[in-house]
Write a protein that binds this ligand. Structure first.
Ligand SMILES: [Mg+2]
Length: 103
């Protein structure tokens, strides 16, 4: 089975957008970029809490994904390889692994 490259294609597409729209991608911004991923997850949480549509919640989750892809481009990582490796590792774990108090 050949490895998918779809995540890396999304990472490249996001990087093209951020470059075109003037968002910088210097490694000095990594802390800021990590924080901004949190803001989008918080926006999704707030939208859900306020009873906004699931499409609105999803849009905020996509914002978070876009910010994650941007950061992955800055880190220069192979997103597809990382995803495949992590999923394979997770499949090897026991049922409800690392779950003591729910989640
Ligand atoms: Mg947002």
């Amino acid at each position: 089975m050949g490895q998918s490259n779809c995540l890396n294609e999304h990472v490249a597409a996001v990087r093209a957008l951020t470059d075109a729209k003037g968002f910088t991608s210097e490694r000095e911004r990594i802390w800021e970029m990590l924080a901004l991923i949190h803001t989008e997850v918080s926006e999704a949480t707030d939208a859900y809490k306020k009873g906004k549509s699931e499409e609105t919640v999803g849009e905020e989750l996509i914002d978070a994904t876009i910010r994650i892809f941007h950061l992955l481009s800055v880190l220069g990582l192979d997103a597809d390889a990382l995803f495949e490796e992590k999923m394979a590792r997770n499949w090897q774990r026991p049922y409800k692994y690392n779950t003591v108090r729910g989640g």
